[in-house]
Ligand binder design. Structure first.
Ligand code: DGJ
Length: 756
């Protein structure tokens, strides 16, 4: 890994074993992007990549060089006002309304490691040897403002992280109108855009579509949410790229609010990508001495398809974004009472579920919504974070102790950024609601959003929560957020303040997380937003796991979790077994299928255990024992997606997790509907050592390896090139057991490396 600056040609070259990132200082002092991709030779002048050609009608800021047309130059961090007619990465408005800027190179520095990006989430290093950082300082002398571009290259992964900083040193009042985290101009448009799209209950479905001339984007304008609708991620994949082969560039933003991820293809086929805070509704005044820092983005290059891109994100986000004592610990197997009781519970009911849970080996009991104020439905009490003693006469402490006495730890639900009209907090501080009190204010789920742009509001919520939880043995917090922002107006400031409110809100939310994490360092946080509306890397910095979706139907979850795994590690994917008929879809799926899907995440249950038969509880006991044995393979394991539920007719799906030490692998295979006369199917495995021999066994009922289970020995080469035989019963396989028949089937296989 190295960052090299060649003074003679003004070229920066960042490289590690796998990738190169190259740019240069142009004749006008601005930066030109030259190359990003597979590693190319160091010590070379790549300025031949700056193609110039005279084109009629071009705007040219250097009259003596008529070939210098910014519109036709691949820019590094494009600006407005010099003849580049495409979308800029940033815009600064001066007092007189001018948005013309001219940032030119001043200096740079290179140092080992990586600095924190206060007050935002960021990838971190544990040692200085893990990364190198380049800071390039550009200055606009007229507006006395510096723009600092940050690039970090990592020693062990083909990834670059980027962000920008604006530092104002003028008395003139400036306003930052757009501040994207990065821009990159790629020389052609021969890509497909891969993104994650959906809505509530079907988040992060994988979409893939060809790049076209003009603009395509994914975004959130929901203020406080990265959203169910789109994820702050996009990848550009060469046509034909699959899970294992081909060139992909992944781009992911560490931010939890409004974002824009935009591709713009010009008429010469150059592809510009910009990503960052959505400029719509954003306007940030900059005064003398002030600085604005953009969120960080992580750009990954893979020449081994989407699968490798995902594994790179998993490695970085699991080990160098998630933090704290829970980063490397196996996740506790939990039971959550939400789908079991909704708001309708008392201590007796909770304890009856908890007792059964402890009998079958569950480790953590989570009390969901409805424990505070007088909340018996969604219409009241958000903001009043003190216990409802009618439901819990011994308080949270009393309940937590009883749960601890059953041998389980105790967790609790909160929704700190919200307020109900029927709450003491609202009665005391109606002006703390985000919205213009002179106008109608939309309710969503009967609630309003608190104005977290104001530190005093965040502070008050912090004090309530810290007081309530102090001295209570709380091991886990589920932090929910159940609506988008709508009428965004803050009483915390005047006209200029309003364009800052959405970003300040996110900073307020992050700061509350930071304070609670510091106060309660042992607590495991799980973020949540009406299911999966805040499944983003920003949250993973504070909460190492995220509730993936309110849709707990196993079949829908196959798609949702498959899509989520494009970027996010299995250790972060909140996944539970729920009751049948399923709450959301009324679908009835076998227990083994529900478990087989939920294993590939944090794993837990979300149903009334007192309503289950002895046989069902016995099966769950085996599932729990199975997960306890294999979670340290699964959660930090290397994921290989084998069959996509978004391809062909979506009837099959499969994935495989290989342990970090390569000794074991678990394969899951799902068949949605059994079809008549199906074709023969072989499941070719990935990530195994070709010359090693593996003993393969089917996981009986997806929950145990029977002592006398049939074993068969296969080399890694056979498993990769021939595969496991998975033919459907109807394809005429003789002797196939009855338990591989029927709809909504899951099968699992364990592979262990052996010397024989
Ligand atoms: C939405 C979450 O996604 C659910 O799991 C549950 O916690 C409810 N909110 C509670 O209101």
């Amino acid at each position: 890994m190295k960052i090299q600056f060649d003074e003679t040609c003004g070229q920066f070259h960042l490289w590690n074993d796998k990738i190169s990132y190259i740019m240069r200082i142009m004749e006008n002092g601005q930066l030109e992007h030259l190359y990003f991709g597979k590693k190319v030779s160091p010590d070379r002048d790549y300025s031949y990549l700056s193609e110039r050609g005279h084109r009629d009608m071009q705007a040219c800021p250097i009259p003596e060089n008529p070939k210098f047309s910014p519109e036709h130059i691949r820019q590094e961090y494009p600006c407005y006002g010099h003849g580049d007619m495409r979308m800029p990465a940033f815009e600064i408005e001066r007092e007189n309304g001018s948005k013309i800027v001219d940032f030119v190179y001043v200096s740079h520095c290179i140092y080992p490691g990586k600095k924190a990006i206060d007050p935002l989430p960021a990838i971190y290093c544990e040692t200085q040897e893990e990364a190198l950082t380049l800071e390039i300082r550009l200055r606009d002398e007229q507006i006395k403002t510096d723009l600092v571009l940050f690039y970090t290259i990592f020693a062990s992964v083909p990834a670059i992280s980027r962000h920008a900083e604006f530092v104002c040193q003028t008395e003139e009042k400036l306003s930052l109108e757009t501040a994207m985290s990065f821009g990159i101009d790629l020389p052609d448009m021969n890509y497909e855009m891969v993104d994650l799209a959906g809505t509530w209950n079907r988040e992060r479905h994988v979409r893939r579509h060809a790049l076209e001339f003009g603009i395509q984007s994914v975004y959130s304008l929901r203020g406080s949410l990265s959203s169910h609708q789109f994820n702050p991620f996009l990848a550009l994949a060469r046509p034909g790229v699959d899970e294992n082969a081909g060139e992909v560039i992944g781009m992911s933003l560490l931010y939890s609010g409004d974002f824009l991820a935009r591709t713009e293809v010009d008429n010469y086929g150059v592809t510009r990508v910009t990503m960052g805070i959505h400029p719509q509704q954003f306007s940030w005044p900059l005064s003398m001495g002030e600085k604005f820092v953009t969120p960080e983005a992580v750009i990954v290059y893979s020449d081994q398809g989407l699968g490798e891109m995902s594994r790179i994100y998993h490695q970085l986000y699991r080990n160098r974004l998630a933090r704290g004592v829970w980063r490397d610990r196996p996740r506790p197997i939990l039971i959550n009472n939400w789908e079991a009781t909704y708001f309708n519970f008392d201590e007796e009911k909770l304890l009856s579920i908890a007792k059964k849970a402890s009998e079958i080996g569950i480790e953590l009991f989570v009390l969901d919504d409805g424990w505070f104020g007088h909340r018996n439905d969604s219409r009241s009490s958000l903001g009043d974070w003190y216990v409802n003693e009618k439901k819990l006469p011994g308080g949270i402490k009393g309940l937590a102790q009883k749960i601890n006495d059953l041998g389980m730890s105790f967790g609790i639900w909160i929704e700190p950024e919200m307020i109900s009209e029927d709450s003491d907090l609202y009665r005391a501080h109606p002006d703390w609601v985000l919205g213009d009190s002179r106008r109608t204010l939309s309710k969503a789920r009967n609630q309003y959003v608190l104005d977290f742009s104001r530190p005093e509001v965040v502070d008050a919520v912090y004090r309530q929560l810290a007081d309530t939880f102090q001295g209570v043995p709380i091991a886990y917090i589920k932090w929910d957020h159940n609506r988008s922002m709508s009428e965004v107006y803050s009483a915390g400031g005047g006209r200029e303040y309003q364009g800052t409110v959405r970003h300040r809100f996110i900073l307020g939310m992050y700061s509350l997380y930071a304070r609670l994490r510091a106060e309660f360092p042992e607590i495991l946080f799980e973020s949540c937003a009406s299911g999966g509306a805040r499944f983003d890397p920003g949250m993973l910095y504070y909460a190492p796991q995220t509730w993936c979706s309110d849709d707990t139907d196993a079949i829908e979850r196959i798609r949702i979790q498959y899509g989520t795994s494009m970027v996010y590690p299995l250790s972060s994917i909140g996944s539970h077994v729920s009751a049948v008929p399923n709450e959301q879809l009324k679908r009835v799926t076998p227990l083994r299928t529900r478990a087989a899907v939920a294993y590939f995440g944090t794993f837990g249950y979300e149903l009334d255990l007192t309503k289950l038969s002895r046989e069902e509880l016995e099966e769950m006991k085996q599932e729990i024992a199975f997960m306890k044995q294999y979670r340290s393979l699964i959660q930090p394991g290397k994921l290989f997606r084998l069959i996509s539920p978004f391809e062909n007719d979506g009837n099959l799906a499969s994935w495989e997790v290989v342990s970090q030490d390569g000794q074991k692998a678990l394969v899951a295979y799902f068949r949605i509907l059994q079809r008549p006369e199906s074709p023969y199917t072989r499941l070719r495995l990935e990530g195994l050592e070709e010359d090693a021999v593996y003993v393969c066994r089917e996981v009986k009922n997806c929950c145990c390896i029977e002592p006398d289970a049939e074993e068969w020995y296969r080399s890694g080469r056979e498993l990769a090139n021939i595969g496991l035989i998975m033919s459907d019963v109807s394809a005429g396989c003789a002797g196939v057991a009855a338990d591989v028949q029927g709809d909504f089937l899951a099968r699992m296989f364990l592979l262990e490396k052996t010397e024989s």
